[in-house]
Design a protein around this ligand. Structure first.
Ligand SMILES: CC(=O)SCCNC(=O)CCNC(=O)[C@H](O)C(C)(C)COP(=O)(O)OP(=O)(O)OC[C@H]1O[C@@H](n2cnc3c(N)ncnc32)[C@H](O)[C@@H]1OP(=O)(O)O
Ligand SMILES: CC(C)C(=O)C(=O)O
Length: 518
């Protein structure tokens, strides 16, 4: 058996990955992913199962014609028809591999294949021999190997290697193994197969118990040197071992494994995005390496640590795998260090007092909104700087409305200069919830302004976007513009209206200017 320090990365995103329920890649998708896998630097691309359909045959053929560099493999059952089809699809490949397989566990042999073990052994040897007439690169897989009898497997492997198989794949087809067991299983096969040195030992792990990556790594420690995997870990049922997790585990924990791959790590993230886009399979946010949160820090203590020294909370550099997005996520767990840093990046230089006030407003907003975006911050800081003395501040607002209810609003305002604050409440009903709020504010402030314009816009993206309301109110012939921002549009409406009223009160005596745009 090869004791190389190099691990062969056999990518099966286009074959086992495409077996993910609901996924179907067309010829163009397969070429695009194939090209990207070549840039990623995988050693083998399993492009499909050519007998499966005319479309898959054409796609494997197109990948074989267009994608240069990696070995292109096609899957075939252990029969001549499948192997002929695979060989034909792979004819134009720079390096072609026929990957033939048959199940070896008692359950599969008895119930699915309805074959005796010796018939299976004979079919496997025959298939390898036949595939060898097309290419020197033949891989044999014993499907459901992990649930197969070790002695039978060793006997079978010895004979398929003798028939010319250059790679022996030992799948955990149903994701049943645990790492320690699987490592021992691989060791037993290596020790029990006399000519194993003439082939590369490969593993193909499924993720039914979430152990596909751990099992693959255990197999490497036992002597395996080819890993079968997929980008984003997609594949049949719970998927396959994830390529990016395997590669980064080997790289990050080199001192443990001492093994290399030829993967160009800076292409990992791009590959993940492409596969996700073309398969329509979203990557879960907390997925290791390529998930949206994999390098994101939300809590203040972590953010402070990372800003001071990245390695406090990061074991890998996201840039290495092609992630250049900001990894500091501002939310309710963030602290002043991260807040100040992001404002600096956005070009805001705030005094200590402004910073303190902006931070308090940020925390209040973060209690209502999952993630604070750069656009939210801009609104928050701009609002802070634009602040004028306010005769009335909105303290409380309650609105009831609905299809069978008369819209009614209750407002509580605080008025005064801070030392002699007065609390005023009022209730009113109106034609709609905003009208009811405006009537209640009119009563509470005792002012009479005329609303001449009302507009609403979402200023930040997402479900919990902030709404911005701008109004124009007229008082004594003068027009005043008011603006309010809030995650609740009725509250934003109330703030905008009060803002207009406050400006009209500040303008005392009225300046008679026709407008005071913000
Ligand atoms: C573990 C894996 O991921 S293996 C790969 C699984 N991937 C796929 O199956 C996707 C592509 N498959 C297909 O498109 C179809 O199943 C085809 C074209 C391969 C076969 O279709 P059909 O001829 O209609 O057969 P069907 O899929 O219903 O049954 C499979 C047949 O192959 C036999 N078979 C299964 N595996 C093997 C094998 N490795 N070698 C030889 N025969 C096999 C089964 O015993 C069954 O034979 P039977 O018809 O005599 O009972
Ligand atoms: C064909 C083999 C390699 C397979 O996909 C499996 O056993 O899961």
């Amino acid at each position: 058996m090869s004791q190389s320090k190099q691990v062969v990365i056999f990518d099966t995103t286009l074959r086992d990955g495409e077996q993910s329920p609901g996924v179907s890649l067309n010829l163009h998708d397969k070429i695009e992913i194939g090209m990207q896998l070549a840039r990623l630097g995988v050693d083998v691309i399993e492009a499909g199962f050519p007998i499966a359909s005319p479309g898959d045959f054409e796609a494997v053929k197109a990948v074989a014609e267009k994608v240069k560099g990696p070995i292109i493999a096609g899957l075939a059952r252990a029969n001549k028809k499948d192997i002929d089809r695979a060989a034909e699809a792979l004819r134009a490949a720079e390096h072609a591999r026929i990957h033939t397989f048959i199940a070896t566990s008692d359950i599969h042999m008895r119930h699915k294949l309805r074959m005796e073990p010796d018939q299976v052994l004979e079919a496997a040897v025959e298939a390898v021999r036949y595939a060898k007439t097309f290419t020197s690169d033949v891989e044999f897989s014993a499907e459901d190997a992990f649930r197969s009898d070790v002695a039978f497997l060793c006997r079978l492997f010895e004979q398929v290697i003798r028939a010319g198989a250059k790679t022996i794949n030992i799948p955990d087809t149903v994701g049943y193994a645990t790492p320690q067991e699987y490592g021992q299983f691989i060791r037993d096969i290596i020790n029990g197969t006399p000519n194993i040195n003439e082939a590369i030992v490969s593993v193909h792990c499924h993720n039914d118990l979430g152990l596909a990556v751990a099992n693959s790594l255990a197999a490497l420690e036992a002597g395996a040197r080819q890993l079968e995997c997929t980008v984003n870990g997609i594949g049949e049922r719970a998927g396959n071992a994830s390529l990016e997790e395997l590669v980064m585990a080997l790289y990050t924990r080199y001192s443990i494994y001492g093994l290399d791959t030829k993967i160009n790590k800076s292409e990992i993230y791009r590959s993940s995005r492409l596969v996700s886009n073309l398969t329509g399979m979203a990557v879960q946010a907390n997925k290791a390496i390529v998930g949206k949160n994999a390098f994101a820090h939300e809590s203040g203590i972590h953010q402070d640590g990372v800003l001071k020294e990245r390695s406090t909370y990061e074991i890998m550099n996201p840039k290495m795998i092609g992630i250049f997005e900001n990894n500091i996520v501002l939310g309710k767990h963030s602290g002043r260090h991260a807040f100040r840093e992001r404002l600096k990046e956005l070009g805001y230089e705030l005094s200590d007092e402004e910073m303190q006030k902006a931070f308090l407003r940020f925390k209040m907003l973060a209690d209502r909104k999952r993630e604070i975006t750069d656009a939210d911050l801009a609104v928050l800081v701009d609002d802070e700087r634009r602040e004028e003395p306010e005769a009335f501040v909105l303290d409380y607002l309650q609105v009831t409305s609905g299809t069978t209810l008369m819209p009614t609003a209750t407002v509580r305002l605080v008025s005064g200069d801070g030392s002699t604050n007065k609390v005023i409440s009022a209730s009113a009903h109106g034609d709609g919830p905003v009208d009811a709020v405006y009537k209640a504010i009119d009563q509470a402030t005792g002012t009479s302004v005329k609303l001449t314009h009302y507009a609403i816009a979402a200023i930040t993206p997402g479900e919990d976007a902030q709404g911005e309301v701008s109004v124009r109110v007229e008082r004594d012939g003068c027009i005043y513009t008011g603006r309010g921002v809030d995650t609740d549009i009725i509250t934003a409406s109330a703030k905008a209206y009060l803002n207009g009223i406050n400006k009209s009160i500040n303008d005392n005596p009225p300046s008679r200017k026709p407008d005071r745009a913000i």
